[in-house]
Design a protein around this ligand. Structure first.
Ligand SMILES: CC(C)(COP(=O)(O)OP(=O)(O)OC[C@H]1O[C@@H](n2cnc3c(N)ncnc32)[C@H](O)[C@@H]1OP(=O)(O)O)[C@@H](O)C(=O)NCCC(=O)NCCS
Length: 152
């Protein structure tokens, strides 16, 4: 049975492998083990019998905005609704915290539409989003699509 839960220290090795597998393909940003450990509280995982099948993390960008980051599902586990479960968990967490809007910068437009997100113009994104972008390897020629869902 697939369980979505908060990440624990023992998950870090599997999470690291999964994220960096997709980072090598240019599908997501790489993460170091240190950055995973320091942000462990923000990460949720989907687990089945000890195997980490997917993860997603929640980054708070301000009092009115949060972002889904590091969303990934193992190749062998795709198409089983795990990505959607993980995004739903991040949406619920955002609602619980009381933040009204959740964004994603992504190439997976059809998937996020299925999760209730809509495309927004990058110019609608507040300045604080771009302060992080300066540290991103894709900066300044980012071709990701901005999407958002209202969470309150
Ligand atoms: C994108 C990703 C997380 C989707 O995970 P998944 O577990 O396979 O997705 P789900 O099974 O939960 O799919 C949910 C819905 O989206 C649809 N969907 C999933 N991937 C899709 C795609 N690439 N194109 C179109 N629709 C897609 C599914 O058909 C499903 O539709 P349904 O609700 O009508 O049945 C996964 O493919 C992945 O990890 N990709 C590589 C890393 C990546 O790109 N991460 C995103 C960074 S923002």
């Amino acid at each position: 049975m697939i369980k979505v839960r908060k990440a624990v220290l023992g998950d870090v090795e599997q999470i690291f492998e999964l994220v960096n597998h997709y980072a090598k393909e240019g599908l997501m940003l790489p993460r170091t083990k240190d950055s995973l450990i320091l942000n462990l509280q923000s990460i949720s995982v989907a687990e089945e019998e000890g195997e980490i099948l997917g993860l997603a993390s929640l980054a708070i960008l301000g009092h009115d905005l949060a972002e889904v980051r590091s969303l990934a599902v193992k190749d062998s586990a795709k198409g089983r609704g795990i990505g959607k479960m993980l995004v739903q968990r991040i949406v619920e967490e955002t609602e619980l915290i009381g933040i009204p809007k959740l964004i994603s910068l992504t190439y997976q437009v059809a998937f996020f539409e299925k999760c209730g997100f809509e495309i927004i113009s990058k110019t609608e994104m507040p300045q604080k989003v771009w302060t992080d972008c300066v540290h991103c390897p894709k900066f300044p020629s980012c071709d990701e699509i901005a999407m958002a869902i209202q969470t309150a």
